[in-house]
Unconditional design. Sequence first.
Length: 85
Amino acid sequence: MPSIELLSREHDREGFSCGERELDEYLKRTARQHNDKGIARTFVLVDTDEPEKILGFFTLTSCEVVAAELPPEYAKKYPRKAPAA
């Protein structure tokens, strides 16, 4: 049965490949460190029969959008700063 879990040491990051080098490298080299430091949270999709095998992943992080850096037609519609994920 599919399950979404927070990335941990038990997950086989080296065995995962989505075909996008940058995404694969982020998962293998950076994602868990970002989890530990509170920078971002990476979640993995696994099958409960093989919980170490990663089927997919997504990462969430919070940020701030500064309206002044948007094109003028968008900037006027938003507050000066807006939270985002």
